[in-house]
Ligand binder design. Structure first.
Ligand code: SF4
Length: 289
């Protein structure tokens, strides 16, 4: 099996078979993100990808329960190619419970609902979509390359095609300047999408992230753990999405939060209050991307 460069995957795919369908991310322009900066974006040839799955089958047999298609946006593939690949994977691993991938809003919108439904029928169970923020100013500031309206449309399109969605937001992305807007507009975005899963990371910047320039020029002031709690409280008090599984359990987070929205919002707010009172935050040195 061939792997190129560093691999990234969602926390919930820790035990999955990971195969790179693309190398890097086709957008590769978000100003906080350094994940694929060293990779020149390309789609791997289908034969090469199939060969990796074949080798995984020979090595691991029916032990494979979950499959994740890397790198940044497998949905950039034409629907027919992706459908052929999904059917091939299903033949090799008929007992696998899930096949998932990252998907940018633009790539999701490029496919018709019919095509997405075909992909779902061929085995694509869930797409992880990075929304990062629901605030238009912040999306522009980070060069997300897509509007909040398109992010909402992409999330709703997945739902229409019966593909589960897992949306990622980033705590602290608006800094002290846009704390309120980030919390409130993100709550509104999630209320409109009503995803199956919602995951929060907390902003952590690696050397080389273009957004560091904003911090140097004092246009962006990073949040302290207490501010992150305030932002999360605001978010939870305004979001409305029944049965969304909520997780803030990434290594970058100052605290771990888990629950189901809306039913667990009071318990999550209580947990935030206790964490704040005790100052029980993950130490800066223990945070990781
Ligand atoms: S955050 Fe996602 S879409 Fe943006 S550059 Fe990084 S991998 Fe690409």
């Amino acid at each position: 099996m061939i792997y190129e460069g560093t691999l990234y995957r969602p926390p919930s795919e820790a035990r999955s078979l990971i195969v790179q369908v693309t190398i890097g991310c086709s957008h590769n322009g978000c100003r906080f993100c350094t994940m694929y900066k060293t990779k020149q974006f390309r789609i791997r040839p289908l034969d090469e990808i199939k060969q990796d799955f074949l080798e995984a089958k020979e090595r691991y047999g029916n032990q494979i329960a979950k499959i994740f298609l890397a790198d940044g946006d497998a949905l950039v593939l034409p629907a027919n190619t992706l459908q052929e690949l999904l059917l091939y994977i299903h033949d090799l691993f008929p007992y696998a419970k899930s096949i998932t991938s990252y998907g940018t809003p633009k790539d999701i919108l490029r496919h018709s609902v019919r095509d997405l439904s075909r992909l779902h029928e061929a085995g694509l169970t869930m797409v992880y979509m990075g929304a990062e923020s629901g605030d238009a100013k912040i999306l522009k500031q980070i060069n997300k390359g897509v509007s909040r309206e398109k992010i909402i449309a992409a999330g709703q399109k997945l739902k229409e095609a019966h593909i589960q969605s897992s949306i990622t937001l980033i705590s602290g992305l608006g800094g002290k300047e846009y704390l309120q807007e980030h919390a409130l507009e993100s709550a509104e975005l999630i209320s409109q999408i009503k995803p199956d899963y919602l995951g929060f990371l907390t902003l952590m910047l690696e050397p080389g992230a273009p957004i560091l320039q904003d911090i140097k020029e004092e246009k962006l002031h990073l949040l302290e753990p207490d501010d992150i709690i305030m932002e999360m409280e605001l978010f939870l008090k305004h979001v409305d999405t029944e049965k969304t599984i909520f997780r803030a359990n990434h290594a970058s987070n100052y605290m771990t939060l888990k629950g189901t929205l809306n039913q667990d919002i009071p318990a999550l707010l209580k947990q935030l209050e206790i964490t704040k009172k005790r100052g029980a935050f993950r130490h800066e040195d223990w945070r990781r991307l």
